[in-house]
Design a protein around this ligand. Sequence first.
Ligand SMILES: [Mg+2]
Length: 306
Amino acid sequence: MGRAHGGREHRGRRAHGDRAHRDRAHRDPVQRGEAVRAVLIDIDGVLTVSWEPLPGAVAAMERLRATGLPFALVTNTTSRTRAAIADRLAGAGFSVTADDILTAPAVTAAYLRAHHPRARCLLLNAGDIRGDLDGVQLVDDHPEQHAAAAEPEAGVVVIGGAGDAFDYAALNRVFRQLQCGASLVAMHRNLYWRTAGGLDLDTGAFLLGLEKAARVEAAITGKPAEAFFRAALSHVGAAPAEALMVGDDIESDVLAAQRAGITGVLVRTGKYLPETHRAASGDPDHVVDSFADLPDLLERLGTSTA
Ligand SMILES: [Mg+2]
């Protein structure tokens, strides 16, 4: 179907008559006269790029805070703890705290506590996220002592974000543990991400090889997993139909949130590309130029802090 891209904001719901879309129509806050009670916001590409604030984003965040609406910043970032992210955002001018932020590692820790309590976990991740892994028992970090041993040392292999830590010894150690029967949990399966130097290879590329070689399938805990959005909703105390998700990734942020029953808002900043928008597997509920337009959108939709 065609899309109208002329306005600053358009509604792009699909006209399909399938049940999912009928259900979405019934949940629509506008059509049902319900008000938005909480907002979920992606960070990179929405509030900042390379930790620099996008134009108007700081002011829009202040306006959002002034409404009293609960909000959460939801990110697949695996290289920093929530506290470290809050510090970077504060440096960019956003008055947020670690409590406002939900990361893939934090949600992964909750998943591990619920689904693999007391399991020894072998973590492969670039960056120190131990501060967000409360209650998770990690296998010690000495891959050189274990790479050659084909014996079980972990009940769960946990794959975070790719980087220099993903060397042959570390990947082979993970592969050996999967052969020994360890469960595989991954924070996301993104194939690449954008850096100042271009696109860098990410977790998903390694994960595909591990899954194929070990004949296992990873449980994904970060976006676009529905469980991630459920955790975010629980964080802000809202039902799916009461919440808005704002993101620059049409598939992982916006359409995945919509599948979870949340109203999706796509921003045309960060990784947004018109061709990716056109080729997407569905239509965002709302499209705005940037996060700076969110307060006006919220006014049009109606909000409730009761
Ligand atoms: Mg993003």
